[in-house]
Design a protein around this ligand. Structure first.
Ligand code: FE2
Ligand code: FE2
Length: 412
């Protein structure tokens, strides 16, 4: 449907055939389809791919790569004949996309831009301000170039404290954790952190060492309550220590990489985290919940398995209701987004190293709160980095204006 709307008529017919193969395969395996989720996922794909006039050959490229993701991940599950047919049809898509790119060329990234929106203001008198750093990914080239500028920019905002929402490191290496700690120690105010999926494997270690390294380096638990005088954060660890059954998938090449398998990208609460969450009580103080993964169903790439699992989302939902959380703040998706869970706003905070290269500041009063995204570095740094952000990625990361400038009265 999405392909058809974009004018890829033949690919659209092939895609219907591919969906039929998958549906038959699932039915034979006794796996039920959740059709109520497919329209949300299709809407997301259509929004990111854009019309041919908006993203050129890049939009078709993105849709084909999402298809390649399905092919590679379903090989072990589908009967051989089905999988071969799926791949045959998919190969045609890959050819078509390559021809279009050869014919039209790879579109130039759009000029550098900051997605400016009017500043959102909290109702009432603000008594607390805190910084939110999305996934820093220290240990990656771009992560390193944005980390310290982000710290400096947060200091300029004179916040009361700062939280970083996991994926602190690119791959959980101990020296990267140390680098994160050294950077955060440059903050003028207190700070806290939790774990993300990228932190769980130590860059080729035979087992998950993230939790142990986190404890050693930060001397703290990734699951804790953090308080300032007038705000309470409940910080949860949703990073899953299990090894991914698949190697990392490279969206650019549409193939599995030869990098070591790391933690599965989706999030889950361990039994300990779930029971710790169940012990949190309501207190008469503005309370925010912070974790790495967005709640289920996460319908962005790749559908469903990238966010917090369904059972953990129920735990989160109960927690939101029990403590009457004012908001839930997450990272992981490297995009700006705003959804709701049990009546509380859920904000996805983008990571400083990806377009639009920002970090969040939350302002809290007795009557409500506001969130604004701010540039994570100098104009020069952002301008330079913007050349790595193509039109499709910007459509993915931009989100609606209220996901970058948001305010609300107390939600409960
Ligand atoms: Fe992540
Ligand atoms: Fe991340």
């Amino acid at each position: 449907m999405v392909l058809g709307m974009r004018g890829h008529t033949a690919a659209s017919a092939r895609s219907a055939g591919r969906a039929h193969i998958l549906a038959t395969g699932c039915a034979e395996l006794g796996v039920g389809l959740r059709t109520e989720l497919s329209s949300g996922h299709a809407q997301w794909m259509a929004q990111v791919a854009g019309a041919a006039t908006e993203t050129g050959a890049m939009g078709g490229f993105f849709l084909q790569r999402i298809g390649a993701y399905v092919d590679l991940h379903s090989e072990a599950i589908l009967p051989k004949g089905y999988w071969a047919r799926l791949v045959d049809l998919g190969t045609e898509d890959a050819k078509e996309v390559e021809e279009a790119l050869n014919r039209d060329g790879i579109p130039m990234p759009p000029p550098p831009e900051w997605p400016e929106v009017p500043v959102a203001t909290a109702p009432g008198t603000v008594h607390t301000r805190f910084g939110v750093i999305g996934d820093p990914h220290v240990g990656s080239a771009k992560g390193d170039s944005f980390f310290l500028p982000t710290i400096e920019a947060i200091n300029d905002h004179a916040v009361d404290f700062t939280v970083s929402v996991g994926d602190l490191t690119q791959n959980g290496r101990e020296d990267f954790f140390q680098q994160v700690r050294a950077g955060l120690e440059k903050l003028d105010a207190p700070w806290t952190v939790t774990l993300g999926n990228h932190d769980m494997w130590g860059g080729g270690t035979p087992a998950a060492v993230g939790l142990e390294r986190f404890r050693r380096v930060f001397g703290a638990e990734p699951c804790q309550e953090f308080r300032s005088e007038r705000v309470r954060l409940i910080v949860l660890n949703s990073a899953d220590p299990r090894e991914s059954p698949f190697p990392p998938f490279d969206l650019l090449t549409g193939t599995f990489t030869t990098d070591p398998k790391e933690s599965i990208p989706g999030g889950t609460f361990s039994a300990e985290v779930a029971s710790w969450a169940a012990e949190r009580e309501y207190e008469d103080i503005p309370t925010f919940i912070v974790l790495h993964h967005p709640p289920y169903p996460y319908l962005g790439f790749p559908a469903l398995v990238f966010g917090l699992d369904e059972a953990s989302t129920r735990v989160l939902e109960e927690l939101v209701l029990r403590v009457r959380a004012w908001g839930v703040i997450v990272g992981h998706t490297h995009r700006c987004a705003l959804t709701h869970l049990a009546g509380a706003p859920v904000l996805e905070v983008p990571c400083p190293k990806e377009w639009p290269f920002g970090f969040g500041v939350v302002e809290v009063s007795d009557e409500g709160w506001a969130y604004n995204l701010h540039p994570a570095g100098s104009e020069e740094l952002i301008t330079r980095a913007s050349f790595t952000a193509n039109a499709v990625f910007r459509r993915y990361a931009r989100g609606p204006d209220e996901a970058r400038a948001f305010s609300t009265a107390v939600p409960h």
